[in-house]
Design a protein around this ligand. Structure first.
Ligand code: NAP
Length: 308
C-alpha cells in the first residue's frame, strides 16, 4: 500500500481543506513513521503550517499511534511501540492522516498501559501548554490564579494542575461551563459576558489575584486589571500586553522542557487523579466538522478524531 487517507490543505486559500488520498511519506534516518490511531484537535490545526508547504498538505500536529518503522539512526523507539507525539511544522505532512512522519527529536512519549489512543491524543499540546504557562507564572501554594478561557483544552488541565499545587483558582467561561470549571477545582467562576465579571473577581479576592493565565485571544489585558499591583500574567495566544502598575508580563516559555511533568500528567490522567474531558470524538470522515467546531472556540475540554 502506498497511499493513505488524509485531511489536507489543498492550497493557500484559507478554508481549502478536504479528505483525499495522498502518498504515504517516506522517512529519513532520523525520522519515524507512525500509524495514526487518534488525533488531538486544536484551532492551530487550520493554520499551523510549515513555511515551505507543498500542497496537498496533511494538517495536524498531535496524535497517538503505533510506530510502523524507524530510520536507521533512531535508537530510542522501535516498530510496534505505542506513542503519543507532537509533530509540528513537519514538511512531509501532519497528523490528520493514516500515517505521520515524526522527527526523532520531537516530543514523543510512550502511552501508559491502559490508556486509549483517543485519551493519549488529547493530552500533549494542551498539557504541554498548560504546564509551560504555569511554569512561567512561578506559582506557589496558596497563590490565587485567574484563568481566562478555563473550560477549553488548556484550561481543563491548568485548573487542575494549579489546584493540585495548592493554588486557589478562578476561571472564566460562559454560563454553560460554570459548573464544569468548578468540577475541575475552580473555587470562583465568572461568565465573561457579564459586564461586571472583573468586579466579581475583585470582590472575591480584594486587592487582586496573584497571577493570571490568559488563554483565549484578547483576554490578557482585561486579566491584568484584576491582578494585584505586583501580580504576574502570561498570555498563550500572542496578546500584546501594555504594562500597568508593577504587573510582571511573563513571556510564554517555549524553550522550557516540561517532558517529565507531561509524563506525570499522563500518569495522573491514567490513574484518574486528573480528569481528561473529551467533548466529542469524531470519525475520520467527519474530521472537517471537528475543524469547524474547534474554530468556534467553544469546545469544552478537547476534541479528538479517530483515524481511518
Ligand atoms: N503558546 C502555545 O504554545 C499554544 C499552544 C496551544 C494553543 N495555544 C493557543 O491557545 C488557544 C487555544 O486554547 P485551548 O485549546 O484551550 O482553547 P479551546 O479548547 O478552543 O477553548 C475553548 C473554551 O474557551 C472558552 N472561551 C472562548 N472564548 C472565551 C473568552 N473570550 N473568555 C473566556 N473563555 C472563553 C469557551 O467557553 P464558552 O463556550 O463557555 O464560551 C470554551 O470552552 C489558541 O488561541 C491557541 O493559539 C497556544
Amino acid at each position: 500500500m502506498s497511499r493513505m487517507k488524509a485531511i489536507v490543505k489543498q492550497s493557500a486559500s484559507p478554508h481549502d481543506f478536504d479528505l483525499m488520498e495522498v502518498p504515504i511519506p517516506g522517512i529519513s534516518e532520523n525520522e519515524l513513521l507512525v500509524r495514526v490511531k487518534a488525533i488531538g484537535v486544536g484551532i492551530h490545526d487550520g493554520y499551523f503550517l510549515p513555511n515551505d508547504i507543498h500542497y496537498p498538505y496533511p494538517i495536524g500536529i498531535e496524535a497517538a499511534g503505533i510506530i510502523e518503522k524507524t530510520g536507521q539512526n533512531v535508537t530510542d523507539f522501535q516498530a510496534g511501540d505505542e506513542v503519543v507525539f507532537v509533530s509540528s511544522m513537519q514538511k512531509k505532512g501532519g497528523t490528520w492522516a493514516e500515517y505521520a512522519v515524526v522527527a526523532a527529536n520531537s516530543l514523543i512519549l510512550p502511552i501508559p498501559n491502559g490508556m486509549s489512543f483517543a485519551e493519549a491524543a488529547a493530552i500533549p499540546v494542551a498539557g504541554n501548554t498548560a504546564l509551560k504557562a504555569l511554569h512561567a507564572l512561578d506559582l506557589k501554594p496558596n497563590d490565587s490564579l485567574f484563568i481566562a478561557g478555563a473550560s477549553g483544552a488548556i484550561g481543563t488541565f491548568a485548573i487542575q494542575l494549579a489546584a493540585d499545587m495548592g493554588c486557589t483558582v478562578a476561571g472564566s467561561a460562559s454560563k454553560r461551563n460554570q459548573d464544569y470549571m468548578r468540577s475541575l477545582g475552580a473555587t470562583k467562576t465568572v461568565d465573561y459576558h457579564d459586564a461586571d465579571w472583573q468586579e466579581q473577581i475583585k470582590q472575591w479576592m480584594p486587592g487582586g489575584v496573584d497571577a493570571a493565565l490568559a488563554i483565549q485571544p484578547d483576554t490578557g489585558q482585561p486579566s491584568m486589571e484584576i491582578l494585584k499591583d505586583d501580580g504576574r500574567v502570561v498570555a498563550v495566544s500572542g496578546d500584546q500586553l501594555t504594562p500597568q502598575r508593577n504587573v510582571a508580563i511573563k513571556p510564554f516559555p517555549y524553550q522550557v522542557d516540561v517532558t517529565d511533568e507531561l509524563l506525570q500528567l499522563m500518569k495522573k490522567i491514567n490513574s484518574k487523579e486528573i480528569k481528561l474531558f473529551i467533548e466529542q470524538t469524531y470519525p475520520f470522515q467527519q474530521a472537517l466538522d471537528a475543524l469547524e467546531k474547534t474554530g468556534t472556540r467553544h469546545a469544552r475540554g478537547k476534541l479528538v478524531i479517530t483515524a481511518p
